[in-house]
Design a protein around this ligand. Sequence first.
Ligand SMILES: [Zn+2]
Ligand SMILES: [Zn+2]
Length: 242
Amino acid sequence: MDHARPEDWYALTKLADDITYICEPHITEYYRCNIWHVRGRERDMLVDSGMGVVSLSEWVPLVTERPLDAVASHTHYDHIGCHHEFNCRLVHAAEADILADPTRAATLADTAVRDEIFTRLPPAPYASTAYAVKSAPATRLLADGDVIDLGDRHFEVIHTPGHSPGGIALWEAVSGVLFSGDILYDGPLYEDTYHANAADYVASMKHLLEIPVRVVHGGHFASFGRERHRALIRAWLDEKGA
Ligand SMILES: [Zn+2]
Ligand SMILES: [Zn+2]
């Protein structure tokens, strides 16, 4: 397999609501984390930062245009790889230890990362066996109900444990935009990570069902609207008998 060039690693798509989708196109779909950039008046917000195999701050000028809050929806390797590049790093308190010490085991890199997850390898030198996330100790610990303030935009933190103990969703009530992380996306959900919790997962899904979303941007796969949001959660809860 050939190595991609760093300038080809990221692909940007500008969406509504001053949101930009930053994609890593050479990672296969299931393993590819969605990176979301949100423009605010005073500050910008980044929801997740990808695998970290190519520098975001070096190759995506958008992320350095304003002061920026780099939020981790949770701390699996595919979501926090570039967090160390940013001055403001936010994570739920329950996963602060992993962001500070992101071992291959704790971030799931040891079981997931191998050459087969790529369609083109990251720029050389790269070796899947040596892949690791860099430490990025949190500068702000998040809890349920906290608000991330971008000046003119306010995102409420919703604690959504289940996929992992410190999973969060980010909710902007004015626009109806929800960033859901890996607890809910439109693809096969991953419910048995080493720190997953089935009862928490059900409770988080029931909580998310109550939110009057207009659009949901998940941790993986394509974004979706209100009808799909309700259908996905209802089907999941039905399957669980919950
Ligand atoms: Zn993920
Ligand atoms: Zn995950």
